[in-house]
Write a protein that binds this ligand. Structure first.
Ligand code: SF4
Length: 410
């Protein structure tokens, strides 16, 4: 039987699905009560966990799903927007995406992992310690506070402190201990769900940050029995760059320091804490270059929040950093509730697709492997990763038979 590879239009259809994904992330998606009753997030379907940021357009006091797969298999993180042109409804026992008034097809919500129903030895729900991301990644936000808040210098796009104040401990926002993280990572590995762990959080004084990250690495190693647990330490650029060596020695395979904004003037305005308290933009770039010397080419990541500064500035940053061996990337900006920029609007979905193509091309030109660009990112469920998957035919749909493909896309 011919495979999907032989079908000339598979890629065309995937590019269209990717454009839809860009729209669903940029503009969010609504969901009807009937659809929520059908999928029951937190039971059969994986629910959202509020780690770091509320990424929905509005806060909520009920469970929402974490994400879903489109008909050809591209996965979409669920960003709830009651005012979106796109709505998920229930029809005949299936969840259907209605795209601008027309039924687009069935979407499949991500199944709830078994460890979400388990607790750590001190009684904490594992779902609140580490969130399962698509493509086999565990994400741990050890704390939802950023010390820049004390001086009123939080980044203007960020709602980390607001998210904590809104949801609090009842919804799983608390300081995670190294032991809780080690146990949760071990369980997720044991269930065969992950092969990558990211540790992240708000900015805390750097000595405390270093010691904490070392404790966490040791706990993961001891609970999983893995010396190399494919961990990413997401940190603030330390003023003493030698601390970067310590993260590597502790067993993290990769590190990330997110510069957020490439244009220095925008940076001073949008990221006042980083600009003044974190050594400033020049120091951050210096730290990224230093980290490549420690962790290696393609083993250091830096993210930018795209859509605040002019695109050409973000693109300039992508090119400069990838040229230095840093996996520079940029995500779709969600003007998060509670942030200073709440109520602003992100650019058009096509703006982000264009940027994602530039990023994928820059990654390939820099000689990064797909494994590297996944390993150092907390989530590889991004447009730029999907572009790589489509270009290199890495998606399951490319191996499907004609019949299966028809079923997928029906
Ligand atoms: S450094 Fe900025 S983006 Fe990071 S947690 Fe603090 S305020 Fe948020």
């Amino acid at each position: 039987m011919p495979t999907a590879r032989a079908l000339p239009d598979v890629k065309d259809r995937l590019w269209k699905e990717l454009a839809l994904k860009a729209e669903l992330i940029t503009d969010g998606v609504g969901i009807t009560q009937e659809a929520l009753d059908l999928i029951r997030p937190g039971q059969g379907v994986q629910e959202q966990v509020h780690c770091l940021f509320e990424m929905d357009f509005d806060t909520h006091d009920f469970e929402l799903p974490s994400g879903f797969d489109l008909p050809l298999g591209l996965s979409v993180p669920f960003r709830w927007n009651q005012r979106s042109d796109n709505v998920i409804t229930a029809e005949g026992g299936r969840a259907i995406l209605v795209h601008r008034g027309h039924a687009h097809g069935e979407v499949k919500f991500h199944p709830r992992p078994a460890y979400y129903g388990k607790t750590t030895s001190d009684g904490q729900d594992m779902s609140t310690v580490g969130a399962l991301y698509q493509h086999r990644a565990l994400f741990v936000a050890y704390s939802n506070e950023c010390s820049y808040k004390d001086k009123g210098e939080d980044c203007l796009f960020c709602n980390i402190n607001y998210t904590k104040d809104t949801y609090g401990e009842k919804r799983g926002i608390f300081w995670k201990t190294a032991g809780q993280i080690g146990e949760t990572a071990a369980e997720a590995f044991r269930e065969g769900l992950i092969d990558h762990v990211t540790i992240s959080g708000g900015v805390i004084p750097e000595r405390r940050e270093l010691e904490y990250y070392l404790d966490v690495a040791e706990a993961i190693q001891s609970h999983t029995g893995r010396e190399d647990f494919n961990g990413t330490a997401v940190v603030a650029a330390p003023l003493d760059l030698r601390q970067i060596d310590r993260f590597r020695e502790a067993g993290y395979r990769t590190t990330a320091m997110n510069i957020e904004i490439w244009d220095k003037s925008y940076y001073d305005t949008i990221c006042p804490g980083k600009a003044r308290g974190g050594g400033g933009w020049d120091h951050w770039v210096k730290a990224l270059k230093y980290a490549v010397g420690v962790f290696g080419h393609g083993r250091v990541r830096s993210n930018m929040v795209a859509g605040i500064e002019p695109k050409k500035k973000t693109v300039e940053g992508i090119h400069v950093l990838t040229g230095e061996g840093v996996v520079a990337t940029a995500g779709i900006w969600c003007p998060n509730p509670g942030s200073e920029l709440a109520g602003h609007r992100a650019p058009e979905p096509g703006w982000y697709l264009d940027l994602a193509e530039t990023i994928t091309a820059a990654w390939k030109r820099a000689g990064f492997t797909f494994e590297q660009v996944c390993d150092c990112n907390a989530s590889s469920d991004t447009l730029q990763h999907d572009i790589w998957r489509i270009q290199d035919e890495l998606l399951p749909v490319f191996a499907a038979t004609d019949a299966a493909l028809v079923e997928h896309a029906a």
